[in-house]
Ligand binder design. Structure first.
Ligand SMILES: [Zn+2]
Length: 156
């Protein structure tokens, strides 16, 4: 279970590092069944955001989760610009396969970029905590139903 105090501490720490002090960011813990570990809702005109954190997340590294969601705030203007360009190019129709493809490709690239930046920021900050392998663990769980004994190359 995620400790709200720990989320607050991490938010406070990373708002400074990522220079997001001029933003009002609130935390909402999600207690219901939810496929995501976290999300962020953003109002950039007002510089307000709400961080949604699954109180029982698949992600096992809370700091990684918080930094990931905060980086979405940093990338929001670019995110919105690209989304609008795709809509301008392909229209509002959600059943357009070309638009679908462009959107999917964009979201995948965005997520990969956010993940790469998150890893870099955590490493630069000296974080020793193991990165979350939640998604890969889920995949293994689905196939063989067991996720213990996943070894590191370097044993302590
Ligand atoms: Zn994301």
């Amino acid at each position: 279970m995620v400790n709200i105090k720990e989320v607050k501490r991490l938010l406070d720490k990373w708002q400074d590092i990522l220079r997001l002090r001029d933003w009002d960011i609130k935390i909402k813990m999600v207690d219901t069944e939810w496929r995501k570990s976290g999300d962020v809702k953003i109002d950039s005109d007002d510089r307000k955001a709400i961080l949604l954190i699954n109180s029982n997340p698949k992600s096992t590294n809370l700091e990684e989760l918080v930094v990931h969601e905060l980086l979405h705030i940093k990338l929001w203007p670019m995110d919105q610009m690209i989304e609008k360009s795709i809509i301008r190019e392909f229209g509002e129709d959600d059943n357009c396969p070309k638009k679908d493809f462009a959107m999917e490709h964009f979201f995948m690239t965005l997520e990969r970029t956010v993940e790469e930046l998150t890893k870099g920021f955590l490493a630069a900050n000296g974080s020793k905590q193991e990165l979350s392998f939640g998604r890969l663990r889920k995949e293994i769980e689905g196939e063989i139903g067991e996720v213990e004994n996943i070894y590191d190359i370097v044993e302590e």
